[in-house]
Design a binder for this molecule. Structure first.
Ligand code: DX5
Ligand code: ZN
Length: 234
């Protein structure tokens, strides 16, 4: 990460605003950060690469003003390259593109870094860890999808644990985050943390039961997931 966000492997909870109130993103981002979120995870979907549409760079630019920490932009779009400039200009700290989104993921990752943004590469559940073997010296984050991307609230795909473990070993000492996206909750968080993940995206498990008028519920949910991942149920 940038000097403002130095690299570490401590557990980081990254609530996905896919589960937030879409009419109130600014207040939702402020609420989750105040309640202990480490990163804010922003899911961009195009209705083509995935069977759902969310929003684009203009929305990211608008919510950037309400995020003090890391804005983690997950692009579930194809093509990717024509839109990178917009997401970089919007103030993304991390931009993650899917290895399956086109034939030129290497070029995409080069372009992300050329914008001065941290580069992430995401793997769908059906894509093996080896697909990123030749990319590890040009990424800051590998995102393992533990659901098929497109929707929040899906069931965690347990077969991905072995992939996380393999990636952790492939990464070695490189300063690369392993992010897990999909079905993370207090039951699955310890499994992915033990396998080597450090960034845990959680949508429904963070926003469930809360709102901007009852943000303490977000705080309870974040603390419970973090404690589970750190192995100290409280
Ligand atoms: C899925 C998105 C995820 C999603 C996770 O395509 O990339 O970030 O919001 O949602 P939960 O935590 O509800 O599985
Ligand atoms: Zn995501």
């Amino acid at each position: 990460m940038s000097p403002a966000h130095p690299f570490d492997r401590k557990i980081k909870i990254a609530p996905s605003i896919l589960s937030a109130d879409f009419a109130n993103f600014g207040a939702e981002c402020e609420a989750i950060e105040a309640q202990g979120a480490d990163w804010v995870h922003v899911d961009v979907m195009d209705g083509h690469f995935v069977p759902n549409i969310t929003f684009g760079a203009a929305t990211c630019a608008a919510i950037r003003k309400h995020i003090k920490g890391v804005m983690d932009v997950h692009l579930m779009i194809s093509p990717v390259d024509p839109y990178l400039d917009g997401f970089a200009q919007a103030g993304a700290d991390v931009i993650t593109a899917h290895v399956e989104a086109g034939p030129h993921i290497h070029r995409t990752l080069q372009a992300i870094r050329a914008h001065g943004v941290k580069a992430g590469v995401a793997l769908n559940p059906g894509t093996p860890a080896d697909a990123v073997a030749d990319l590890l010296d040009m990424v800051d984050l590998v995102c393992v999808m533990t659901v098929n991307p497109g929707f929040g609230g899906q069931k965690f795909i347990a077969s991905q644990i072995a992939k996380i473990r393999k990636l952790r070993s492939m990464i070695g000492d490189r300063p690369i985050h392993i992010e897990i996206d999909g079905g993370v909750d207090p039951a699955t968080a310890p499994l992915v943390a033990q396998a080597g993940a450090d960034v845990l995206v959680a949508g429904s498990a963070v926003f469930r039961g809360g709102s901007v008028t009852t943000p303490e519920v977000y705080g309870d949910n974040i603390r419970t997931i973090r404690a589970a991942a750190e192995g100290t149920y409280t």
